[in-house]
Design a protein around this ligand. Structure first.
Ligand SMILES: Nc1ncnc2c1ncn2[C@@H]1O[C@H](COP(=O)(O)OP(=O)(O)OP(=O)(O)O)[C@@H](O)[C@H]1O
Length: 730
């Protein structure tokens, strides 16, 4: 240890001791106050404040902070070191310097945005821009209240002018378990800009694999809750992610950041519940099976049902249908509660079309019917004698009921059925030319589904849109912010629908077009989404640095993009070198002697044996189809009883050793990845195949082995210096 490092370490040890002592004292004082359990409201509020503080102090005790910066504010001397942590800690006395500054506080932004070269730096505080000079930026690792590492990433006038990545590399080199983690101590400047971006815009983030999109989005939510405390609440925020297992995988980050109660759902689950159609929903794995169930199956095109049902053209069609139903909403009938009393159709129409025109169709119907009811009551009042009034009242009630039934139900499902000709009464909802725009295969399959009482995931955005058009959105249903992860799998219609459910276009939309393996339903270019908003309402960010994988793995994955995906953005690695990617060939036809499996199974078993023997916490075997995953699981189970078989319905991710179809690995990461068979029998030469293998390869943090039975697609041919062939010498 150099002298400088030693003195820095000592300085930080002294500081840590004093901070821990302070935390201990504050905790002891709070714990000495008896917990209030009475009914006095003011006391209850005070107790809640104390409890929040108790929890905050206990949580921060093991790791009170992770960084220090010595920032000299212009015109304000002397420089006081600021310690930055996951939660802020106030001094004991009101108005005193905070002991630890929350990472989301305005001044803490300097810790992330300062990149070493700037002489004068500034940050935006509530009172305006504050400028000054950075003297020291230091990473401090405290674990279980023990000081573990002190790394100066910038010292003014020091030898190294630029902020070094040593601390980041240390973090990236660690093995990962079954949960995504927070990155507060190493957020990078480009990520910080996204985390702190203003609230009322649709942020579209294109980020290469492993660029931290999911992680950044979660940190952004924590930031928004801190920065806009008065305007947003956790209960009014939602994250949409692709499946239950992925939700489980990311579920630890927000609590780790001290944030609870944010809804984390799949779009399907949320939409089906809101529409009350859960029981009609076809098993989503049917669609996955169709696209991913057969090696060498068709690549998706614009006629794929999901693409069409998410398109702008279909949206216009839905709007026309809803408008037609709305116009023809009030039945062309007068209403007569008893003989010689009538309410003319023109009056009813006037109420419906003029007086209540600002309400949704369903809202107008409700109001008109309520008004008719009031009208009946008024008309009944003067009727005499009493017996006659009673007779009229009874008659009116029956007729009122019968009349209400003549109104359309304004149910999105009924209208949807009418559009596809799957309802008895189509009411001429759409002119026949409009229907011709629906691809014949889509029309046929959807009509069949609807007639049989079944809807699919791809129908949900349209049904929700009709729900919005016919019923509007209740204020209480609106979110303060929506995060959409893996947004390349969302359709423009889905985004339009969600836009009605969020205040001020407050979206974080993140994805990677190079990972667009659900191209049968998602967007093919971000413009499809950004066009939905005004220029002022969106902001586009690109993340090109990849933090997950080693240099070799990223180099290898980039060759897949350059060879197989036109115009793809290649990832820039953080310089972290590891082993080369292994390309291991086996003979797909030869059955190995004296074994139950074939060469592919033997190769997979050998790969797992070698990799699981190393210090990895998570190793996965990725297959082309679910069936192949199940077969490998069956064959390998006796040797690897801990091997988990993952399928699309899982809601928990266990980590450890897993076998799963490649498409389900999206969003996850593993210390080591084995592609079970990248041969031509599984992957063709299409862009879609290249994207699939790109997704699979970029799941690996430290090691990637690509097994292949015979020849591979040509985009796997030119890996330059990134790979070597054959098994490692052991
Ligand atoms: N600034 C950072 N410091 C430390 N680790 C980071 C940082 N940014 C990202 N990571 C790590 O990189 C990995 C990838 O992050 P994440 O899964 O959020 O990326 P992604 O862009 O959503 O990936 P993909 O699209 O490939 O699923 C995670 O292990 C995350 O912890």
């Amino acid at each position: 240890m150099s002298e400088n490092v030693q003195s820095a370490y000592q300085e930080e040890q002294t500081k840590l001791d004093s901070v821990l002592e302070e935390i201990g004292t504050q905790l002891a004082r709070l714990r000495a106050i008896p917990v209030y359990t009475g009914h006095d409201f003011t006391e209850q509020v005070l107790e809640a404040g104390r409890e929040e503080r108790r929890q905050r102090l206990s949580k921060s005790e093991p790791e009170p902070y992770f960084g220090r910066m010595d920032f000299e504010e212009e015109g304000k001397a002397p420089t006081v070191p600021l310690y930055i942590g996951k939660t802020g800690l106030d001094g004991r006395d009101p108005g005193s310097q905070p002991i630890v500054v929350d990472w989301r506080a305005p001044v803490a932004s300097l810790f992330y945005s300062f990149t070493g070269g700037e002489e004068r730096i500034e940050y935006e505080a509530p009172e305006g821009w504050i400028s000054g000079t950075m003297h020291l930026k230091r990473n401090i690792m405290v674990r279980k209240s023990e000081l573990e590492r002190v790394v100066d990433t910038y010292t003014r006038g020091g030898e190294e002018p630029a902020v070094s990545d040593e601390f980041l590399l240390y973090r990236l080199g660690e093995n990962k378990d079954n949960r995504l983690r927070d990155i507060v101590s190493t957020i990078q400047a480009e990520q910080d800009r996204i985390i702190r971006a203003e609230k009322n815009k649709a942020l579209i983030i294109q980020g290469v694999a492993g660029s931290g999109k999911t992680t950044v989005a979660l940190h952004r939510l924590a930031f928004l809750l801190y920065q806009y405390q008065e305007q947003v609440s956790a209960g009014k925020m939602i994250i949409f992610a692709p499946n239950g297992m992925f939700l489980d995988y990311i579920s630890g980050v927000l609590p780790e950041l001290g944030v609870g109660d944010i809804q984390q759902r799949t779009f399907t689950d949320w939409a089906a519940k809101l529409l009350g159609v859960e029981s009609m929903l076809a098993d989503p794995s049917e669609t996955l099976d169709f696209w991913f169930g057969r090696a060498g199956g068709p690549a998706p095109d614009n006629e794929a049902p999901g693409r069409f049902k998410g398109s702008d053209a279909f949206r216009s069609m839905l709007e026309s249908a809803a408008a037609a139903l709305e116009v023809s909403g009030a039945p062309e009938l007068e209403f007569s509660p008893w003989e010689e009393k009538t309410l003319p159709y023109e009056t009813i129409l006037h109420w419906y079309a003029e007086e209540y025109k600002h309400y949704s169709a369903a809202g107008r119907k409700e109001r008109v019917l309520a008004r008719i009811h009031r009208w009946i009551e008024m008309e009944l009042k003067p009727v005499k004698p009493e017996t006659l009034r009673k007779e009229y009242k009874k008659k009116a009630a029956q007729r009122e009921k019968a009349y209400a039934k003549k109104w359309p139900d304004f149910s999105p499902l009924t209208l949807y059925k009418q559009i596809f000709g799957a309802a008895k009464d189509t009411r001429g909802i759409l002119p026949s030319e409009a229907l011709e725009a629906i691809p014949a295969s889509v029309l046929k399959s959807t009509r069949k589904d609807l007639k049989e009482g079944r809807i699919r995931e791809e129908d949900l955005p349209a049904l929700l849109y009709l729900h919005l058009l016919l019923n509007g959105v209740e204020g209480a249903e609106r979110f303060d912010h929506i995060v959409i992860d893996e947004a390349q799998d969302f359709s423009p219609l889905q985004i339009s629908v969600l836009d009605r459910f969020v205040r001020g276009h407050s979206f974080t939309i993140l994805g990677d077009l190079s990972q667009g393996i659900h191209a049968y339903k998602g967007v093919h270019a971000w413009e499809e989404m950004s066009e939905l908003f005004g220029e002022e309402e969106t902001s586009y960010h690109a993340l090109t640095r990849s933090y997950r994988s080693t240099l070799e793995i990223i180099g290898f994955a980039n060759t897949i993009l350059s060879g197989g995906v036109p115009n793809a953005i290649e990832a820039v690695p953080v310089f972290r070198s590891g082993n080369k990617v292994r390309m291991i060939e086996f003979n797909p036809k030869m059955k190995a002697e004296n074994t139950e499996g074939d060469e592919g199974i033997l190769a997979a078993a050998k790969a797992l044996r070698l990799l699981w023997g190393r210090e990895h916490k998570t190793v996965s075997l990725l297959t082309r189809t679910q069936e192949q995953a199940a077969a490998l699981h069956e064959a390998l189970q006796s040797e690897f009883p801990e091997l988990n078989l993952i399928d699309g319905n899982m809601t928990q991710y266990e980590g450890g050793l897993s076998v799963l179809p490649l498409h389900l690995s999206k969003g996850l990461e593993f210390d080591a990845v084995v592609i079970a068979d990248a041969g031509l029998q599984n992957y063709g030469e299409s862009e879609w195949d290249a994207k699939m293998l790109y997704v699979g390869c970029t799941r690996a943090l430290h090691e990637l082995w690509v097994l292949h039975g015979g020849a591979t697609p040509t985009f796997l041919d030119n890996q330059g210096e990134w790979s070597e062939a054959g098994w490692p010498k052991v």
